[in-house]
Design a protein around this ligand. Structure first.
Ligand code: 5GP
Ligand code: ZN
Length: 328
């Protein structure tokens, strides 16, 4: 007793509720429990899962059963109509009938009836999951809620069975609710996606860049600008032809962002005179865009390269860089 008590009180270092739940299950079950029983007990604490089934209860099954006048509902309470007229043997008979129906259904359809809940889990390796959660900073990338408040899932942005890649750029961290919501409402037509990512224009200079590529990943490439603003001025572009920033897909944004980080590390390492960067997209000819294949400028800056660097990209309107903040 003392050893266990000492462990629970002092030694048990908790990163989640798992350890005390498991010990409690074992205590409650005569000292022995199988993996499934332990898992089911952990599950009973996971309100994000319970919340999902509360949604199903209210919006699907509860609605159907109410419509058929089998149940009635008052706030969060459901009542089985006619329950008070049932004898205990009738109740048992009906329970057995429900069991029979559940069993029949599972036998007919197999475990695929739960496939929508585990669709991506199986396929995503733990190390990738970790990287995605780290990149998301432990928050849902749709609603921003933290992983402490709601369990986060790693999800394919473009579903795998629609040609979505297993590349890190095609993953996002979503909280349980956003992910369930996405599954239920997402009607994006992904069918031609692979074809879309192959889009190249024969008369576009950036679609046909093949020389001097300095970095590359699945969906983006980077090369030195032919008319550099400063030494080692780089352009990062999506491989697919699209006109500007606003036409990028999320996986392309992820890919370009990742490449930009790699380039920053590379450039800063090989040229220690670089002390800053300007990063930007020109979008539309009125904003100065001259090549209509989306590209991001990564412009290394060096101390003293201009007399007064204040304002950086604000200087694209001459004279507007060095602003004077209004105090009143
Ligand atoms: P924009 O003005 O459209 O934002 O930028 C186009 C950029 O592409 C310019 O900085 C220009 O120097 C660069 N550029 C134009 N033609 C070529 C080319 O053939 N090769 C490379 N590497 N850069 C180019
Ligand atoms: Zn192009």
């Amino acid at each position: 007793m003392n050893k266990l008590k000492d462990f629970i009180e002092k030694k048990m270092s908790m990163s989640h509720i798992y350890q005390p739940v498991m010990i409690k299950v074992l205590l409650e079950n005569g000292g022995t429990a199988d993996k499934k029983t332990i898992a089911q007990n952990i599950l009973s604490y996971d309100f994000s899962q319970v919340e999902y089934y509360e949604g199903i209860t209210n919006n699907m099954v509860g609605r159907v059963l109410r419509k058929n006048e089998v149940v009635s509902r008052y706030k969060n309470i459901y009542d089985l109509k006619l329950f008070k007229d049932l004898s205990s043997s009738e109740i048992q008979e009906l329970i057995d009938l429900c069991d029979q129906k559940i069993e029949e259904y599972i036998n007919q359809r197999g475990t695929k009836i739960w496939e929508h809940r585990r669709r991506n889990r199986k396929a995503i390796p733990g190390s990738t999951r970790y990287k995605v959660l780290k990149r998301a900073d432990g928050r849902c990338e749709l609603c921003g809620i933290s992983k402490e408040e709601k369990a986060l899932e790693v999800d394919h942005i473009i579903p795998k069975n629609n040609g979505g890649e297993d590349s890190i750029d095609n993953y996002q961290a979503l909280c349980f609710s956003c992910n369930a919501n996405k599954r239920d409402t997402d009607d994006t037509d992904f069918r031609n996606l692979n074809v879309k990512y192959q889009t190249r224009l024969s008369d576009c200079i950036f679609c046909n860049i093949s020389r001097n590529i300095i970095a590359e990943n699945e969906l983006s490439i980077a090369f030195y600008d032919k008319f550099p603003v400063t030494s080692k001025h780089v352009l990062v572009i999506p491989k697919r032809h699209c006109n500007d920033y606003f036409e990028l897909s999320q996986p392309e944004i992820n890919a370009m962002n990742r490449l930009t980080h790699e380039l920053k590390t590379k450039l800063s390492k090989e040229d220690t005179s670089i002390t800053g960067y300007n990063i930007g997209f020109n979008t539309g000819s009125d904003a100065g865009q001259t090549v209509f294949h989306c590209h991001m400028h990564l412009i290394p800056r060096r101390k003293g390269d201009v007399e007064n660097p204040i304002g950086g990209v604000r200087n694209l309107i001459p004279g507007k860089g060095d602003y004077k903040p209004k105090l009143h």
